[in-house]
Design a protein around this ligand. Structure first.
Ligand code: NAG
Ligand code: NAG
Ligand code: NAG
Length: 505
């Protein structure tokens, strides 16, 4: 998720009588697709709940700790935003199914050269595909490349990149097992009512090519849906329509009645796909979730109610009015962990999407429907010592504005703002919070708590109420630079020459 869609609620109302034919044909074609799909692909048509594992964080857990967290919570599907070697190595032998993401910035190269796509597949895919390796099932080519705010810069690269990568997969004998997909933002389509859903006019041609490509390879359409952003971005969006508990603002679309934004959005996509002749294409939700901090509607209660409502809705197999009985194939919650180094351009909430905090602690009770009734916390998290940096109580803080600003320009202070969990901690609390964020970012380097003599280190936890003053975790593996990796490979090669078996961890 990058930027909030601008679709306004006000345009979501009109009437449309064509529902009946759509419904019947959707049903018939669904039966067809179930048969075709299960015979051509190694997956079953039954919703599974997976998670997005992003790593844009100052304080990263060890990848092995994250994989253990996934396993403790019986999570069988994970989506990565790039082919990060640390994460992929940790996933080896886990049996977890993986969607590997290719960042938009790589599309230019991959679309222009089959040598580049061959190398990508060799280095980032084939290398992991063996017994005891990583079970890569999907490659996400680009991330929301059709987002309006990109002004079309990635648009023309998507199809050529897909074609090159498909050939490279075929050459690597992986084309039957690994599916290429393109996670789309929900602003790729629009409508005043679900049944009128249609892709944005300037995307018609590329979407026609894309869905035809997906269809011929047995790939699903992947879409990211964010009712939170609709609520955040539009003051007249009815709050209860964002959730699954029933609404006083149901949307009537012919004979169909929509009581939640998710169903409405999903069926808008179904209608858009139908207009291109692929109304039965399987749909995967690549990202969906609710943040817990950094905005008024971003809080623990709302996130719990939304995510639990979503999971229950999807696992009930109720489907939507245009696809009754057929929920999305899979949903990937956004997100597994908070990512405190993400851009706050979309809003302060952007760093708080995790169902777990940055250090793998469950934020609220959630039943993922995977066997555990509640989330289980990460185990064996290695923290730095219990030390915090706070404003020195004996110093005059009248000149604190600049040091504080500096601290927050590097470290994460988003919870201090209006709607945040630390918004009410007072002026001095604000300073302490900022100082501590920076001190932990600097891995508790004593000098980083100086702030012209205004900071002081304490072993008393300054957290108040819901406002948590963090302590950094130690992650020794993610800082491995490519030159370090290179060195260790040379050592391995050398030891192998001597007949010594070595395992890189
Ligand atoms: C493999 O993936 C990583 C991370 O996405 C990327 O930086 C690297 O360039 C890729 N390798 C190739 C050969 O494309
Ligand atoms: C949390 O978010 C919900 C749903 O958007 C909102 O109604 C509620 O007022 C928020 N709670 C707090 C304490 O801000
Ligand atoms: C603390 O900082 C936040 C964010 O800058 C601000 O909104 C709030 O008013 C500050 N509190 C006090 C008491 O100054």
């Amino acid at each position: 998720m990058i930027l909030p869609p601008t679709k306004s609620w006000a345009s979501d109302k009109m009437l449309e009588p064509r529902f009946r034919t759509v419904k019947v044909s959707a049903l018939i074609s669904l039966m067809v697709v179930v048969v075709v799909w299960s015979s051509s692909a190694p997956m079953v048509v039954e919703s599974a709940v997976g998670v997005n594992w992003g790593t844009v964080s100052f304080h990263r857990l060890k990848p092995s700790t994250v994989v253990d967290l996934l396993q403790q919570n019986k999570i069988q599907k994970v989506k990565l935003f790039d082919a990060e070697p640390g994460a992929l190595k940790a996933l080896m032998g886990s049996g977890i199914q993986v969607m590997v993401g290719i960042p938009n910035e790589m599309l230019a190269l991959l679309s222009s050269s089959t040598a580049a796509s061959d190398l990508y597949v060799r280095q980032n895919v084939s290398a992991y595909m063996r017994k005891g390796g990583v079970d890569i099932r999907y490659i996400a080519v680009g991330n929301e490349p059709f987002l309006t705010s990109y002004s079309g810069q990635f648009q023309s690269l998507v199809m050529p990149a897909l074609q090159n990568l498909q050939q490279s997969l075929a050459r690597a004998n992986l084309a039957g097992y690994i599916k290429l997909v393109v996670p789309c933002n929900a602003d790729a389509y629009e409508a005043s009512l679900p049944s009128q859903g249609v892709f944005r006019p300037e995307l018609t041609q590329i979407m026609t090519q894309l869905v035809s490509f997906l269809n011929s390879n047995g790939s699903p359409f992947v879409v990211n849906i964010y009712p939170f952003l609709s609520l955040y971005g539009s003051s007249d969006f009815p709050q209860d329509y964002a959730f699954f508990e029933g609404t006083s603002h149901a949307v009537t679309d012919g004979a169909n009645v929509y009581s939640n934004a998710f169903d409405g959005n999903f069926d808008t996509l179904v209608a858009a796909l139908s207009k291109l002749g692929y109304g039965q294409m399987p749909i995967v939700i690549g990202e969906i979730g609710w943040p817990t901090d950094g905005a008024i509607n971003a809080n623990l209660t709302a996130a719990k109610v939304f995510n639990q409502g979503l999971i229950n809705h999807v696992l009930s197999n109720k489907g939507t009015p245009l696809r009754p009985g057929v929920p999305p194939m899979d949903i990937y919650l956004f997100s597994l962990l908070d990512e405190g180094a993400k851009s706050t351009l979309p809003g302060n909430f952007e760093r708080h999407w995790g169902i777990f905090s940055f250090d793998g602690q469950a934020k609220y009770p959630l039943n993922l429907g995977l066997g555990n009734r509640l989330l289980k916390n990460a185990r064996n998290v290695e923290y730095l010592p219990s030390r915090w940096c706070v404003a020195n109580p004996y110093k005059d803080l009248s000149n604190v504005a600049n040091p504080m600003k500096l601290a927050c320009s590097y470290a994460d202070c988003t919870t201090l703002n209006y709607g945040g969990s630390c918004n009410g901690i007072g002026a001095k609390g604000n300073v302490s919070y900022a100082f501590n964020s920076y001190y932990q970012l600097q891995m508790q380097n004593a000098q980083s708590c100086d702030f012209d003599g205004l900071g002081i280190i304490t072993s008393l936890d300054p957290s108040v109420g819901d406002c948590r003053f963090l302590v950094a975790v130690t992650d020794t593996t993610t800082s491995t630079s490519s030159s370090q990796r290179y060195t260790s490979w040379i050592i391995v090669w050398f030891l192998n020459l001597l007949g010594v078996w070595v395992f890189i961890i």
